[in-house]
Unconditional design. Structure first.
Length: 478
């Protein structure tokens, strides 16, 4: 009888072992930690790697700090890491603390090929106390990425002679209540901004283009500043596992703009590819050996800008940019490589010049070595755009000046760390993160440029001078 009872248990144990045989699990000793002002807001994460091999992925960290009696601030960062087969622990930190308050950490690790596996750790809180007495007792239940409670904890026994255990528990409860209230407030702000966002023209237009190309929205992130202001990010995915991230800003309760950029070609409105001017430019680029490689779109309530990037075998790039209003194409322009002759009639012109040369010289000579284009000066091109932005501002075209300044920064980052393709603000920040570079300065500069060029904030003289100087310093020192 005893053997019969053991048999199901053994079978269950084998099943459990098989389920957990290959995967990544993250866990922490507790859900609440406490530090003193001036100490580092950090905590360890236990890693269980049952693959038996190194696993490379992306560790995403979203940190929200709520100071006592102040406004919340949020910072997000993603970086590539490798969890080696013998990795048992990693540390997550928000840096040294400077004032009392609470940090809220959302941690996730994403790895594998499409569809990628995402391991999410429940929210972790780090309470920052102004004195050693306030720090006592900040312990919480153990949490793990499997959302199972692996243990429990409570307030540790205090060692301060000035406070009693009952008071310590009361203070801990107060901090947790404050954190819960702040979480409820932020959730209410997110829900308020999200409501009606799909009906705003920029979001609706972007959504229509992506869904018509087989993409489905799979995730939405709302980052509120207040009841009527914030930013959003929507992730779309198609059947092949390709993803596109659309991002934008909310001003006065409505979407000021929505934009995306993707390494997939021709993810653009049908009106663009059906336009005769676009067809002519695309045909000329094809004759010169270029093929479509990237797509981007930036939609506002009044007009939309659509870009199709092209590349050739020498890694030279070209771009066709269309402006749409009311769903109709209003203009189409082409941006050719600086070392490429005008494409229209270029082949015929070359033949004519060759014949004239041969007639004048009388006979062909030994062929010259093939010309190799000199790579574009990324810093010089970015500074040229920045100078153009200053000229626009001096002419009174202040809104456009901010847009050109932001483009200078995006162009520089894309050329130095990427392929040189036109990128949206969010893709620029992700490119910096993947390259191991700090993103705070770029995020602030791009946000300030977008606030004026797209969201309609007042373009102040001193504001532009500050943005211009910071972007120039970023380009020169990077």
């Amino acid at each position: 009888m005893r053997r019969l009872l053991l048999l199901p248990l053994l079978i269950a144990a084998v099943c459990v072992a098989s389920v957990a045989a290959a995967g990544i699990t993250l866990s922490t000793g507790q859900s609440d930690y406490a530090v003193l002002v001036g100490e580092e807001a950090a905590f360890p994460i236990a890693v269980e790697n049952t693959f038996g091999a190194d696993v490379t992925g992306v560790l995403a960290r979203n940190v929200r700090f709520v100071p006592e009696g102040g406004e919340a601030a949020t910072h997000s960062q993603s970086r590539a890491i490798t969890l080696f087969s013998d990795t048992r622990e990693i540390t997550v930190s928000a840096g040294p603390t400077v004032m009392p308050g609470t940090f809220f950490f959302d941690i996730a690790f994403e790895y594998g090929n499409a569809p990628r596996t995402r391991v999410v750790l429940p929210e972790i809180r780090v309470h920052v106390a102004g004195s050693a007495a306030e720090e006592e007792g900040e312990q919480g239940p153990q949490v793990s990425s499997a959302s199972t409670e692996a243990g429990s904890g409570g307030a540790q026994e205090g060692t301060s002679s000035t406070r009693q255990p009952g008071q310590i528990m009361q203070d801990t409860g107060s901090l947790r209540e404050q954190a819960a209230r702040e979480q409820d407030r932020m959730q209410a702000l997110r829900s308020g901004l999200l409501a009606g966002l799909d009906d705003d023209p920029p979001v609706r237009e972007i959504h229509a283009v992506l869904t018509s190309r087989g993409y489905t929205r799979v995730a939405a992130t709302i980052n509120p500043v207040d009841e009527a202001t914030g930013s959003f990010s929507f992730e779309y995915r198609n059947g092949a596992g390709d993803t596109v991230r659309a991002e934008g800003a909310v001003v006065n309760g409505s979407a000021a703009y929505a934009a995306y950029a993707t390494e997939k070609s021709l993810v653009v409105p049908d009106a663009v590819t059906a336009n005769e001017t676009y067809k002519r430019y695309a045909g000329e680029l094809a004759d010169a050996g270029f093929f479509p490689a990237t797509s981007s779109m930036n939609a506002t309530a009044s007009a939309s800008s659509v870009g199709v990037g092209f590349i050739d075998g020498q890694n030279r790039t070209a771009r066709i940019v269309a402006t749409l209003s009311g769903g109709e194409v209003r203009s189409v322009d082409i941006e050719e490589p600086s070392d490429l002759l005008p494409l229209a009639g270029a082949g015929a012109l070359c033949i004519i010049l060759l014949i004239a040369y041969l007639v004048r010289r009388g006979a062909p000579k030994a062929p010259e070595p093939p010309f190799t284009p000199i790579p574009a000066d990324s810093r010089g091109e970015a500074l040229r755009l920045l100078a153009a932005a200053r000229e626009e501002f001096d002419r009174g075209e202040r809104k456009g000046a901010y847009g050109t300044a932001g483009r200078a920064l995006r162009s520089y980052v894309s050329s130095v760390y990427g392929t040189g393709a036109e990128l949206a603000d969010g893709d620029v920040l992700r490119l910096l993160e993947e390259s191991g570079r700090e993103t705070g300065a770029a995020s602030s500069l791009l946000g300030r440029c977008a606030a004026v060029s797209y969201a309609g904030s007042p373009p102040l003289d001193e504001g532009f001078r500050a943005v211009f100087g910071e972007i120039e310093a970023f380009i020169r020192r990077d």
